[in-house]
Design a protein around this ligand. Sequence first.
Ligand code: ASP
Ligand code: MG
Length: 470
Amino acid sequence: MKKIVMKFGGTSVGTGENIRHVAELVTKYAKDDCRVAVVVSALAGVTNSLIEVACRAKKSDEKHIEAFVKELRQKHDDAISTAIVSKEIQKEVTQIIEKTVSELEKVLTGICYVGDLTPKSKDYVVSFGERLSAPIVWGAIRDHKFETQYFTGKEAGIVTDSNFGEANPLMNFTSHLIHERLSPLLEKGVILVVTGFIAANQDGIVTTVGRGGSDYTATILGVALKADEVWIWTDVDGIMTTDPKIVPTAQMLPQLSYQEAAEMAIFGAKAMHPRALGPVIKENIPVRIRSVFHPENQGTLITKEPIAEPKEAVKAVAMIKDVAMLNVSGAGMVGAPGSYAKVFDVLGKNNINVMMISTAVSEANISFIIKRGMLGRAISNIEIALLDRGGIVSEVTTEDDVAVIAVMGANMKGTLGVASKIFSTVANAGINIRMIAQGSSELNISFVVKEKDGAAVVKAIHQEFHLSKA
Ligand code: ASP
Ligand code: MG
């Protein structure tokens, strides 16, 4: 009998109808002889609204809390009345929601009075999204007359470090606890419902594993329960060759390696949380990305080595917008050990993530890409710390109208001529390249163009490498 961990994201549980559909899918597989553990996200939009209300509470905006709580309660009550038919189960779930919402209201009021929102209290506030969705999914499964139990990540046994907002699971301890608490139930055929995203540190304080982290919860659970597969149910058919909004003939990729999928997750294929593959790679558990709207499709299967792998070098191309380029130059950087380190130290200390780096052997200039919103902070801090003082950096220039194009595929490794084909394609489109980087893993080649040219570049590369053919 197969053991499957199934994760349902925010849109899959966005409305009562959708939750009903989730319960139908889950129970169908349970009937077909699968042992199922379900991981659920908060209802669509709820996590964002919790962050917003917490920030407003910090500014002592008490009036907003009342309206927010009322709306949140209504949203979940509406979902209950469509997702669950049995009046008895409806009543039971409504009581749980009521109790949880009242607790949230108290927490928010507390933040409002103290006027302080720490990463720790913020995690506690956002945990309510999943704490409210899981009981409804549980109720909808019960409605189908299946035996089911729900758990918060903490109750399930997911233990993390105390890096609030982006916590890391302590995998050995977590596996031990989950095995002890959940495996016996799963073996008995109980359908498990676990809140995604939220866990607890060793002291039992609530943590979260990062935005979009329900995928991560699913793979953690997959490893701990020794699942046969982890399925990420979502609203797209799978991972695509590119964004279908740019190229309408973009294709779904039936198989990918862990490495390729991780690369694509980082480069904005919104299909998965970038860190989610970590746990399953070690245990070699396949992950499938599939659509709740087309469950008849098999989606994208991610494994160690794709079985019927097409030998194409390039598999996908992505555009990453909302980025900016910084060029730092200075004759003082040439041949001066530690000068790059100083630049990156300033960025690191100011919490600015560097996405891509390029430098020439002349060493007089270093270019890098960061999120556009971080640009002001980056310039000012480099200016304060480095410009003219100590003589390393003499000039900082920026471009905030650029986009990164990432061309990906595991078989690019060792295939000759891929880079030349990519760059001549861009040149033939009459588009100038501002910056280039290729890691020695050779899994991707990334380069920077003006954002207004980005879509044209993606189209040209997609066409040149025949990615539209099925
Ligand atoms: N609800 C969380 C978020 O929106 C986790 C998730 O959806 O995966 O980030
Ligand atoms: Mg989400």
